[in-house]
Design a protein around this ligand. Structure first.
Ligand code: HEM
Length: 414
C-alpha cells in the first residue's frame, strides 16, 4: 500500500495476476459488485484437494441450492437457537477430557478437535467417535496441504493432501449414500435430519436432485470454511484473556452471573448468549486484531476500472481485512487491544470485516459467534489462564497460527 497506492495494487499470488483492493472503499466496491463485475474464485490447488473435478460444471446450481439450504435451514434463527445446548453439552465433554485443572492445554489443537466434532454432530448427524475419526484424520492432512506448493510428486505435502482429500470424500460419499437410501425409501422432508439429507431433498433450477458428488463437495467446503477460522478465533480470544487480567475479570463477572442464574447441570440456552455482551466485544476485538481470514478471492467477470486502475476480465481480485483493521484512521492505536471500541455505534461501515460483506458474507457468522461464546463460558467459569510461552511466535499460513499451539496453564478458581 505504501509503495503503490492505499486503494489498489497489482501483485502476483498463487501464480495468478491479482488486483488487491484496500481500505473501506475497496471493500464496499467489491462487496456491492458481487456477481456483476466479480464472481467467486478459489485457487486451483485448493479445488484439486477438496472437490470432485467432474462436478465443477454444475457449480453455480450447486452453490445456489447450498446457499439456500444454509440460510433457510442450517443457519436460520430458529435452528441456531437449538444449537446452543448441543454446543454446551459437547464443550462439557471436552472440558472433562482435555481441559484438566492445573494442567497445560494446547488451545489450538484442542479447539480444532472441538470444532470438528461439533460440525460432525450438527451438520452430519454423526456422533460416533470412530466414524468421526475416519473423517477427521484425512481432513486434518488435507487442510495442511491446502496452501502448500502445488507440486503433485511423491512425498510432497500437496500429494499427501490430494490422497487425504480422496479418503475424506470416500467416507462422505458413504454417508451420502446412506441418506440417499432413506430418501429413496420414501422418507419425507420432515425427517431430513442433517445437511446431507436436506441437500438430497433439494432440486436445482431444472427440477433435478443435486448429484451425490456435488453434495459431497459442498459439505467439504462447509467443513473447511468453519474449521481453521473458528478454531483460530477461539485460540486468539483465549490468548487475549490470558494476557489482559482486567479484561479477563470483566468477562469472568459476566459469565459467572449467567452461570449463577442457572440450575445445577442446566445447559446454556439462546437467552444466555444474548446476555454475553462484553464477552462478544472481546471476541470482536480479537477478530479485529488477528482476523482468522485475511480476505477473499474473486475473478473479474468483465473488464472494469477502480481508482484509475483497469482490471482486465479474468484477473483475480483479493479484498483485505488488515487494510482496514490495522488502519489508525478507523481504529486509533490499532495494535492496542481494546474491546470498548465496539461499544455504542461501533466501527464505521466496511471497516470491521472479519466475515466479509455483501451477498457472500460468511453464512456461518452466527454459528461461529455461538461456538465462541459457549467456549468462553466453559473455560472462564472453570479456570484462570496463564501463558506458558509469553512471547509465542505467530506464523501466517492461511490463518495466523501460534507455533506451539498456545499452551496455557489452567488454574481452577478457589
Ligand atoms: C470466526 C470464524 C469465521 C470467520 C472469521 C469466517 C470468515 C469468512 C470469510 C472472510 C469468508 C469469505 C467471504 C467472502 O468471500 O468475501 C467466509 C466464507 C464462508 N464461510 Fe466463514 N468464517 C468463520 C466461520 C465459519 C463457520 C463456523 C462456517 C460454517 C459452519 C463458515 C462457513 C462459510 C462458508 C460456507 C463460506 C463461503 C460462502 C460463499 O461462498 O458464499 N464460516 N467466512
Amino acid at each position: 500500500m505504501l509503495k503503490h497506492s492505499p486503494e489498489i495494487f497489482q501483485t502476483s499470488l498463487l501464480g495468478e495476476k491479482m488486483a488487491t483492493f484496500c481500505g473501506a472503499k475497496g471493500n464496499k466496491f467489491l462487496f456491492s459488485n458481487e456477481n456483476k463485475l466479480v464472481t467467486s474464485w478459489l485457487p486451483q490447488s485448493l479445488m484439486k484437494v477438496l472437490t470432485f473435478a467432474e462436478t465443477t460444471k454444475s457449480h453455480t446450481d450447486g452453490h445456489s441450492a447450498f446457499t439456500r439450504i444454509l440460510h433457510r435451514d442450517v443457519f436460520s434463527p430458529e435452528t441456531l437457537k437449538k444449537y446452543v445446548p448441543v454446543m454446551h453439552a459437547l464443550a462439557r465433554e471436552h472440558m472433562a477430557r482435555d481441559w484438566k485443572p492445573n494442567s497445560v492445554v494446547k488451545v489450538l489443537p484442542a479447539s480444532k478437535k472441538y470444532t470438528f466434532e461439533l460440525a460432525s454432530r450438527i451438520f452430519l448427524g454423526e456422533a460416533d467417535a470412530e466414524r468421526v475419526r475416519k473423517l477427521s484424520e484425512p481432513f486434518a492432512v488435507a487442510m495442511k496441504g491446502l496452501f502448500s506448493v502445488p507440486v503433485d510428486l511423491p512425498g510432497t505435502a500437496y500429494r499427501r493432501a490430494i490422497r487425504a482429500g480422496e479418503a475424506l470424500r470416500e467416507e462422505l460419499m458413504r454417508m451420502v449414500g446412506e441418506r440417499k437410501k432413506e430418501r429413496d425409501e420414501g422418507k419425507g422432508e420432515g425427517e431430513a435430519r442433517d445437511i446431507l439429507s436436506k441437500m438430497l431433498m433439494e432440486r436445482n433450477g431444472d427440477g433435478e436432485f443435486l448429484s451425490e458428488k456435488e453434495i459431497c463437495n459442498r459439505v467439504v467446503g462447509l467443513l473447511v470454511a468453519s474449521y481453521d477460522t473458528t478454531s483460530y478465533a477461539v485460540t486468539s480470544v483465549m490468548d487475549h484473556l490470558a494476557q489482559f487480567p482486567h479484561i479477563y475479570n470483566e468477562v469472568f463477572k459476566e459469565q459467572m452471573s449467567i452461570a449463577e442464574s442457572k440450575g445445577p447441570g442446566e445447559l446454556l440456552m439462546w437467552d444466555d448468549i444474548e446476555k454475553m455482551k462484553y464477552s462478544w466485544n472481546v471476541v470482536r476485538e480479537s477478530l479485529r486484531v488477528t482476523p482468522p481470514a485475511a480476505g477473499a478471492f474473486r475473478e473479474a467477470a468483465t473488464e472494469f476500472t477502480y481508482a484509475g486502475f483497469t482490471i482486465p476480465k479474468g484477473w483475480k481480485t483479493f479484498w483485505t481485512v488488515y487494510s482496514t483493521h490495522k488502519n489508525p484512521d478507523f481504529f486509533p492505536e490499532p495494535e492496542r487491544f481494546d474491546p470498548s471500541r465496539f461499544e455504542g455505534s461501533g466501527p464505521a461501515p466496511y471497516t470491521f470485516v472479519p466475515f466479509g460483506g455483501g451477498p457472500k458474507m460468511c453464512p456461518g457468522k452466527e454459528y461461529a459467534r455461538l461456538e465462541l461464546l459457549v467456549m468462553i463460558h466453559n473455560v472462564v467459569t472453570r479456570f484462570k489462564l496463564e501463558k506458558t510461552i509469553p512471547d509465542e511466535k505467530i506464523v501466517y499460513y492461511a490463518t495466523p497460527t501460534p507455533v506451539h499451539g498456545l499452551p496455557l496453564r489452567l488454574h481452577p478458581h478457589q
